[in-house]
Design a protein around this ligand. Sequence first.
Ligand code: PSV
Ligand code: MN
Ligand code: MN
Length: 424
Amino acid sequence: MKIDQQQIADLNQKHSDLHKRQLENLMAVFSGSLTEKVINKLIDFQVALPSWALGAGGTRFGRFSYGGEPGSLEQKIEDIGLVHQLTKTAGAVSLHIPWDIPEDIHAVKQLANSLGIVFDAMNSNTFQDQEGAGKSYRHGSLSSVDKAAREQAIAHNIEVIRIGEQLGSKSLTVWLADGANFPGQYNFQTVLQHTEDSLKAIYGHLPEDWKLLIEYKPYEPNFYSTVIQDWGTSFMLANACGEKAFTLVDLGHHLPNTNIEQIVATLMMKGKLGGFHFNDSKYGDDDLTVGAIKPYTLFLIFNELVYGMENNPQNPPLAWMIDASHNIKDPLEDLIQSLDAILVAYAQALLVDREALREAQQTRDVAGCQEILQEAYRTDVRPLLKEARMRSGAAVHPLEAYRSLQVRKQLIEERGMKVRATGL
Ligand code: PSV
Ligand code: MN
Ligand code: MN
């Protein structure tokens, strides 16, 4: 299905007068140069959507299809194209191999290109056994005590790099499920050493202009120990691999109350934060809509990201991605809401008066520091988002547009109720 750009323009027209007044109100508070800076940053900000977020996700208890789900890689890219057309913030896709092996790489590239979508990080998969594979990952992949299983997992990652190279991707994300369910199941040092050696072997095949992003997670699917459990382990492994290897932070991969913003600051200071997976959670890796549970935390994280982007030239540009998979919401609505929450937090963080904050920190004005952050957090930045969308040709209200253009209904008419591509 296609959205006619004129339909978006017509919907935007209806919001135009109110939007102008709301923007003027905001501009009476902040300087024109600051608001202009924020609007331009919002226009430029692009977040990759993962190919596995476009269908309804499942749990081990059930999966409730929304209908009209993509049945092929091409359709997944088309769905991202729709979200991108409505938001102008989703100009990238992150593929998972082997779920997304392209049959015709040239055609897939052309399709993405025509929709303004680039290929962000490639994800390998050694947490599921692949059909016909000689070795099982039941007892681990890159960390396994079985040399042949490790070699198979290394070869898979190299294959993912090769596919990514043809698509124009520039990074490989490795997330390992490797871990243990019971004390004594494996030797901590042995599996960590195997993981380091395996990652180094993969790193050896990384093209010059690529990055290796190492993701960490404290638990699940293993519930006693995970080999790459935290940012420290990831950081250590990235350092062992070399300068093209970085840590990837996924918001859901922390034990409750972990100070994620401090992790972000530490990694950026060391030039080792490579990628970011957005989602939200109440308990663990819940993969809920970004900003749905802890918006202030998201703001505080963005506050550090903005500080890092402005002060840490040693840290490369980050690979941004939404990592969520939904069981009951329309996945496209969920992604639109997530993109909105990301831009809100980013805009608020851009409004933090950094000079005043530095001054308050220097003079040990504790209450003042808090005021400065909360002043920015409590600002209604939505007029800035709307202005960015107006200027970039996106829908001023992407969710409202998605609904009034009846996108899901049309997708169901085209694809039916029961189609489903490979994925989670
Ligand atoms: C599993 O926790 C996970 O959600 C990780 O966050 C990965 O990034 C993603 O799956 C895809 O492999
Ligand atoms: Mn992730
Ligand atoms: Mn996860």
